[in-house]
Write a protein that binds this ligand. Structure first.
Ligand code: GLN
Length: 240
C-alpha cells in the first residue's frame, strides 16, 4: 500500500463521552510502530456526511439523545453502509453498538431504529451495568478481552450476529453470557477502556483486516502485561 491507511473517527462530538477516541490513538501507534503510514479523518456532526472511502471506522459510546442524532447523521448519505458493504472494518463501542444495531429503546422507553449493520436489539435493563468486564473472545487468536462497562441497555443478538466474547466477569450484553456483536467485519462491544489500549490482539485483528495482510507481531509493553494480569484476576471477594 502506498497511500496512508485512513482511519475514520466517527462523530466524537456525539459519541465521545467515554474516551473511546483513545482507540484511534492505539490504532495509529500500532501502525506507525510497523512503519505503516496512517491518517485519521475526524467526522463531526457538522460535517456534510461520512466518507465511504476510509479503511477503518471507529465509533464510541455516548448518551441516549446523542445516539439518536448519530443514527440520523449516519443514515444521511449511507457512507458507512457502503464502506461495510465493501468490507471495511468497523469498531463500535457501547452506544456505538446500539447505534449499529437493528433497534434500541432508550431509558425513556422510546424505541428507535438503529442502522441495522449488526443484528442486535437493545432495551433498558434493571439499572446500569457498571464495572470491570472480562470475556473470552469467540474469535480465533483474540483470547481474553477486558474493559470497563457503563450502560443501561441490554442487548439481544439475532441470528445475523455472533457475540464478540463470552462473559467471565461483569454483565456484557446481559443475555446468554454474550458480550458484544459481530457481523462480518463490524465488531461491537460494551468494553470501554479504551478497549484497544487494553486488548492489543483486537486492535491487530482490525488492522489486519484494514491493511489486508498479516502484520508482524509487536513486543508488548511490560506495564500493559502487568495491568492485564491485575484486571483478569478474580475480584478480591471471590479469592480465599
Ligand atoms: N446510552 C447507552 C446506555 O446507557 C450507551 C452508554 C455508553 O455508551 N456507555 O446503554
Amino acid at each position: 500500500m502506498t497511500e496512508a491507511l485512513r482511519i475514520a473517527l466517527v462523530l466524537p462530538d456525539l459519541l465521545g463521552t467515554y474516551g473511546d477516541r483513545g482507540n484511534v490513538l492505539v490504532l495509529e501507534k500500532r501502525l506507525r510502530w510497523r512503519g505503516i503510514a496512517t491518517e485519521t479523518v475526524t467526522i463531526l456532526s457538522s460535517s456534510e456526511q461520512l466518507p465511504s472511502s476510509c479503511d477503518l471506522y471507529v465509533i464510541g459510546g455516548g448518551e441516549d439523545v446523542a445516539q439518536q442524532a448519530a443514527v440520523r447523521f449516519l443514515n444521511r448519505g449511507k457512507g458507512l453502509r457502503r464502506a461495510v458493504e465493501r468490507g471495511a472494518p468497523v469498531l463500535g463501542i457501547c452506544g456505538g453498538l446500539q447505534v449499529l444495531g437493528t433497534e434500541f429503546t432508550t431509558g425513556d422507553g422510546v424505541r428507535h431504529d438503529g442502522l441495522g449493520l449488526v443484528d442486535a436489539v437493545t432495551s433498558p435493563g434493571q439499572g446500569r451495568a457498571i464495572g470491570e468486564v472480562s470475556t473470552e473472545s469467540t474469535i480465533d487468536g483474540v483470547g481474553m478481552l477486558t474493559g470497563f462497562e457503563n450502560h443501561l441497555g441490554r442487548t439481544v443478538l439475532g441470528s445475523g450476529s455472533s457475540p464478540l466474547g463470552r462473559v467471565l466477569r461483569g454483565t456484557g450484553n446481559g443475555h446468554d453470557d454474550a458480550e458484544g456483536a459481530v457481523t462480518g467485519r463490524v465488531v461491537c462491544t460494551y468494553l470501554h477502556g479504551p478497549v484497544l489500549a487494553r486488548n492489543p490482539t483486537l486492535a491487530d485483528l482490525l488492522l489486519e483486516w484494514a491493511v489486508g495482510r498479516p502484520l508482524p507481531e509487536l513486543p508488548e509493553l511490560p506495564v500493559l502485561e502487568a495491568l492485564r494480569a491485575e484486571r483478569t484476576r478474580p475480584p478480591a471477594r471471590a479469592r480465599k
